[in-house]
Design a protein around this ligand. Structure first.
Ligand SMILES: Nc1nc2c(ncn2[C@@H]2O[C@H](COP(=O)(O)OP(=O)(O)OP(=O)(O)O)[C@@H](O)[C@H]2O)c(=O)[nH]1
Length: 297
């Protein structure tokens, strides 16, 4: 696995730059989590590109706006934090519209983060001729320092594979971050598991660094009700001492994890859910291939 790369990338750019279309083109139809989903996690996963050599997790942020309120300021901070944390930021600029102040504003914000892995993507290349594209590439190159500038057309499928190669190149060496295989056909189960894992790690991250995995065993509408979904999930830890941490005194922590993640899952799925959460010790699951497979790794 040592040559495997995995990490997060974020497409940024003014509205209509073609970010969603590009995300879908990269991900394929397999696991595109649609844009109608609300912002539920700190990093809203929009899609995951699974390749033999890499796993690229595309995350989403709201746009940056001139902050008029404290909340607006906080939101902007959150956006910047996400940009700072992801492995690659890619600024998208459409080929068919002049580079403008909106692009410059975002480019300057990114420059302020002093990141190495910043790419520029000129989107919608099918809409312009070669000469116009060349001019646009030049104009974009003047927006800032970019590791690569890539022209693509998500509609025509032009250079999308090349872009995937380049993005993968800028990810750190790492095992896959999300389960591959059948589970990718059920993005919602993966996301639900991720929300629970996030909630379970809240406040105890240092005590349970990598020892926590969450598996959603079942997600089914309650019989006779179309407004309620039963979700059965298990939090796996490696040792009984960790189980005690996750449960908390008198089960207080796990109750809190349940209610926090339930709210987020309901926002994600747009339906009420009943969350049945169990904690199990799967001894040394990280070193046991059978357990790993069961846990989706
Ligand atoms: N011709 C052409 N049109 C494209 C291409 N990519 C996106 N579009 C169109 O451009 C418009 C905006 O695309 P989106 O992918 O929604 O853009 P976005 O950046 O996600 O927009 P926001 O969600 O508003 O930030 C849509 O009408 C797309 O169909 C492309 O490669 N070629």
């Amino acid at each position: 696995m040592s040559d495997f790369h995995a990490g997060f990338a974020c497409f940024v750019g003014r509205p209509n730059a073609g970010k969603s279309t590009l995300t879908n083109a990269l991900v394929g139809t397999k696991i595109a989590i649609t844009s109608s989903k609300p912002q539920t996690t700190r990093h809203t996963v929009r899609g995951i590109v699974h390749r033999p050599d890499a796993q690229l997790v595309l995350v989403d942020t709201p746009g940056l706006h001139k902050p008029r309120t404290l909340l607006g300021q906080r939101l902007n901070d959150l956006v910047r934090t996400t940009w700072a944390e992801v492995d690659v930021v890619a600024l998208c600029v459409p080929a068919d519209e002049p580079v403008g102040r909106g692009d410059k504003f975002i480019a300057d914000e990114i420059a302020g983060l002093k990141k190495k892995n910043v790419l520029a993507i000129v989107t919608k290349t099918d809409l312009v001729d070669k000469k116009r594209l060349a001019e646009q590439l030049l104009a974009v190159s003047r927006l800032g320092e970019f590791a690569e500038i890539v022209p693509v057309s998500a509609k025509a499928g032009d250079q999308v594979d090349l872009l995937a190669d380049l993005l993968a190149k800028y990810l750190p060496e790492s095992p896959p971050l999300y389960p591959d295989g059948e589970l990718t056909d059920e993005p919602e189960m993966v996301m639900v598991a991720e929300l629970i894992r996030e909630a379970a790690l809240e406040g105890v991250r240092d005590e349970l660094p990598h020892s926590l995995a969450v598996v959603v065993e079942e997600m089914e509408p309650r019989e006779g009700r179309d407004d309620l979904l039963d979700v059965h999930a298990t939090v796996f830890v490696e040792r009984p001492s960790q189980k005690a941490i996750v449960l908390g005194a008198g089960g207080e922590r796990i109750k809190h994890v349940g209610s926090t993640s339930r709210r987020q899952i309901e926002a994600l799925l747009g339906t009420r859910i009943f969350l049945d959460l169990r904690v199990k010790v799967a001894k040394d699951w990280q070193r046991d291939p059978r357990q790993l497979r069961r846990l989706g790794f």
